[in-house]
Design a protein around this ligand. Structure first.
Ligand code: URA
Length: 245
């Protein structure tokens, strides 16, 4: 049977969507990436999608990725020992075991992703893939501008107790409000960097993660990503040799 039809029968996706999944290099047959949807296959071969084995009779659902606009006071762990609300509880998906992709501090608002795809979550947060995260940090005390020398220090790297930070994108959107783009993700990194240059953060919001922006999704709201958005995320964290295109 054609590989695309095989994936459709295994419940991975529609036949058309399966052709795209194959074309994107996400399918292996007997350990070898196959990009031809017409490749002949059957249950005697080991067919894998994103490293997970599929077979007819063992329906596999497309992995889910949700975008959440986290409010203040909600924690980004899957469970909280102090009984605080969690980002996971904001999504109504009882049959899916979702995990946060990275962390935001309880008092940070903005974009956080949840997924049941552990491999994707690991790659999106691994520093090796340098997926950019964009934050808006309010450091203004009464709208006082951050001087150029401090902006330069933030851009070039700040020495923290766990080492010097990698080069960052930093723009002053208006006096005392900075847009900071990081390609690494250490604990409380934005707050520690800003404090180190003498401009502690009063308010922090993440507005983008890789190719995704928070857009006009209201605080406290969630939405499931479309298959095309999930694909763009996968491309943003593609292993070497599996670059987009
Ligand atoms: N940097 C911080 O300091 N806090 C966050 O929540 C995210 C990035």
């Amino acid at each position: 049977m054609r590989l695309a039809k095989y994936l459709a029968h295994a419940g991975v996706a529609s036949r058309r969507a399966a052709e795209e999944i194959i074309g994107d290099g996400r399918v292996t047959v007997d350990g070898v990436i196959v990009t031809d949807p017409a490749r002949d296959t059957d249950d005697k071969h080991a067919v894998m999608v994103d490293g997970r084995e599929v077979a007819i009779g063992s329906a596999v659902q497309e992995r889910a990725v949700w975008l959440v606009h986290k409010p203040r006071g909600v924690v980004s762990t899957a469970k909280d020992t102090h009984g605080r609300p969690t980002v996971v509880a904001m999504v109504d998906a009882p049959d899916t075991r979702l995990y946060p992709v990275g962390r935001l501090d309880a008092d940070t608002t903005g974009l956080i992703l949840l997924t049941d795809d552990g491999d994707l979550a690991n790659r999106l947060t691994h520093p090796r893939y340098e997926v950019p995260k964009v934050y808006v940090a309010d450091v203004g005390r009464g709208g006082i501008a951050v001087p150029e020398h401090a902006l330069r220090q933030l851009r070039e790297g700040v020495v923290l107790e766990d080492g010097k930070t990698a080069p960052a994108g930093v723009r002053q959107l208006r006096p005392g409000v900075l847009e900071i783009t990081l390609r690494e993700g250490r604990k409380r990194q934005v707050k520690r960097m800003c404090a180190e240059v003498g401009h502690p953060v009063a308010k922090l919001k993440r507005v983008a993660f890789g190719p995704l922006r928070l857009g006009d999704l209201a605080e406290g709201r969630v939405r499931r990503l479309s298959p095309a958005e999930v694909q763009r995320l996968r491309d943003a964290a593609a292993p070497p040799g599996r670059a987009p295109g």
